[in-house]
Design a protein around this ligand. Sequence first.
Ligand code: FAD
Ligand code: NAP
Length: 532
Amino acid sequence: MADLDVVVVGAGFAGIYAVHALRSAGLTVRAFEAGGGIGGTWFWNSYPGARCDVESKDYSFSFSPELEQEWSWSERYPAQPEILRYLGHVADRFGLRPHIQLNTRVTAAVWSEDEALWSVTTDDGAVVTARFFVSAVGCLSAYQVPSLPGLETFEGSWYHTARWPAEGVDFTGKRVGLIGTGSTGIQVAPEVAAVAAELYVFQRTPNYAVPNRNRPWEPEAERAFKSRYREYRKEARESFLGVPITGTGRPVLDEPPEDVQRTFSERWRAGGGMPFLGAYTDLLVDQAANDVIAEFMRDRIRETVDDPAVAELLCPRTFPVGSKRLCQSDDYYAMFNRPNVTLVDLRSTPLSAVSAGGLSTTSAFYELDAIVFATGFDAISGALRQIDVRGTSGVALADQWAAGPRAYLGVAAAGFPNMFIVTGPGSPSVLSNMALSIEQHVEWIRDCIGYLSAHGYGTVQATSDAEDAWMAHVTEVAYSTLFPKADSWYIGANIPGKPRVFTTYVGGVGPYGSKCDEVAAAGYPGFALGVP
Ligand code: FAD
Ligand code: NAP
């Protein structure tokens, strides 16, 4: 007899909703969270400038119409403290905190075939058993600090953005080096530049950023929007990205150039990455089409940055627009016009070492008081691989995923019975509005467990054939787009030695949800259901 019905690992958007949904279905549930607070991404990434890039009317829970109506977002893209407050409110409103154990890392999870239960070990040495094991460890929670020789000798302070001190960091009058120009680096840089004596931005690959045009959500507009929130959420679930976007519905290559410029300019003025990239149908599937949007964006950089040489260094050329997460910032490029900001091009002069006083490249030494690493994550599989997960016959998940992470429908790995992965490899996860994708997965998992109970089954596991077929489909769809052309974390290229496999489903949130619904309605083909 297991201690619990379900163990959940993690208490971000996914863990919080899993606790609520599974408890509401009558199950006994405990979540373990390594952090000292709930919120996941929004607990850890408290660096200055952190905010969402999907508008919060979308990037929020839809499961409760009451919650939806009573919560008010202050702006279009709220900053991290507000999103963290929202998640705290959700936990309080639905009485979830007593079921979430903080400051506790899950270190191992082992399936017992005889007893048909999971034994879950935590870093305090405790072991708890459960019928089901739900991973909500996050696609972007295992952060990475590059191994730079001499970092341990640095006499200043260094930080990774995903482990930012809760009390904040005062960079006033300091000489700061920032490594990394992804979504995070682009958000944190202008905030540091505003107070630091000097900011050196160490750039290996320039990135595309569209403006946010962030602004307050006026009460009038909010009221009008909320009056049709339910219909809007339905449209979101059926949409391609988990956000209803209105595109032109036409390929850019068929449009007269002046219309293209007008369309992109209008969307540039309105702000937001998804509407911009969603303007035409061929932007992410045809390199020639992508070249059009890329040149439009490079022109915006050139007209913003005063020094033409700096502007050219900031112009991305090595990957298609959108094949890495499109960054969003209202002030990143303009920041390079400040006298206290220097762009250091690591392509021509790579980083070589850290020493007591600062950072060296192959051509210069930069005296620094602080280094900020905005160097990203071992994405999709990194956090789950840090747990010693063992399935049937003691097979380790880490071994099974040696050639790349895989899961049937992005939610269940073959050979790991009664284990579910929220937004796992093979799901739309990181290429969607994740709040919505998380809800869809959690509800599917809840319903699957409900089906087992209702039909007298005790176990469920994906078959290898179903997993293989699904991952082949995921690969086929991915390689019909431009996504695999980028050396991005989407494909594991940012982690030395990680297999280069594109594991996110780019076939669309709506079609993916329908497929999951079909499988459930048909009694879970592709899964072996067992009586314990
Ligand atoms: P997380 O929020 O990452 O939570 C996972 C939790 O699991 C963490 O708190 C972690 O400590 C815990 N955990 C991991 N391993 C263990 C273990 N072994 N034991 C115990 N606990 C463990 N997505 C969007 O759609 N829109 C956005 O605007 C957006 N902005 C983002 C901004 C930043 C800075 C980052 C890093 C990501 C952003 N994302 C965004 C992606 C974001 O990660 C997801 O939207 C969402 O927050 C993920 O929720 P989650 O619960 O799945 O994972
Ligand atoms: P990232 O996109 O992986 O960017 C990491 C950056 O660090 C890249 O510029 C990378 O350069 C650089 N880097 C890594 N190792 C390096 C090294 N050894 N030397 C020099 N440079 C190095 O990570 P991220 O910016 O944290 O973003 C990850 C994801 O989180 C995003 O794609 C997005 O999904 C999410 N996010 C969203 C928001 C938001 O706007 N809401 C904000 C932050 C994060 P290369 O490109 O050359 O590898």
